[in-house]
Design a protein around this ligand. Sequence first.
Ligand SMILES: [Zn+2]
Length: 345
Amino acid sequence: MPTQPTHATLSPLRSRSASRLFLAALFCALSLFIAACKEQPAQNQNAGAQPTPAPTPGVPFDGQRAFEHVRKQVEFGPRPAGSAELAKARDYITGELRSYGLNYSTDAFQPQTPVGVRQMVNITAELPGESSEVIIISTHYDTKLFKEFTFVGANDGGSSTGAVLELARVLKARGQKPRYTYWFVFFDGEEAFCKEWDECKNPNGEPDNTYGSRRYVQQLKEKNETKRVRAMILLDMVGNKNLEFGRDMELSSQWLVNLIWDTAYGLGFNKQFVNRSESVGSDDHEPFLRAGIDAVDIIQIQNNPHWHEPTDTLDTISPASLKIVGDVALASLPRIEERLQSRSR
Ligand SMILES: [Zn+2]
């Protein structure tokens, strides 16, 4: 509600302009109300010294669509790397990408794991931009293997996969060629087969996790394409009803963390993007950082009671949370592009 109009403190001579002011304020309040009803992201309320994030024109991120992608994946059941259920999820993902009109490629590989050789497949969809230089938006789509309980990974694997699919749809549907080329990457084999991610190593000394992203970066190196990738954005566990991301201050490129968190504050999401450090450990952004590629992980691992628990189920996920993440990502992209252009090689 607007506060008491200021005309009470004005002289009678100025009352006409005061009432005009009041009408204008009323009109603004009404416009804001209508905008809120349409669920458009509130614009920059407290961005401080940061420039106002560009509005996200055209097609909005649909939290409900992202949520339906999570539901579909959960319906397939547990989806560890190499399973028939993950193959179904893969068919679902590629079917969606095709329906958006995006070209995609798959890369099958067979790494050694502590439970033997497993078949894994990375998926990459491409949205060509004015520049052939690339911004990657990524997720893992496998779920962690548990023998002692059923683990469907609604949040861990499902939520970020749903969000990246919806981001791919929206960016393609907007119909404008972006400044940079976008790769939407779905990594296989992020999860360790041993209970903890750092519990065991493979006979060849390789870690028992991040199979897909390590393979991906290895291929970039072989094709001499690491320099082509200018930034990598990783989403992981982004659908909790109780959404709260801390900042990855150990590994992620801090300019990307700061830019995304400032954008979130500008949109009014201070409660969801909080100012504390998140202890991330190893995740799919790590191989990229080791190869000199700027990368950021948006992940809720602390304050997440369902992490690697049987309770990581659909009822803990909300379309509203997915939409917040989608809106922050979409509002951050133009600012990331600008920053990259200003430091272009
Ligand atoms: Zn996990």
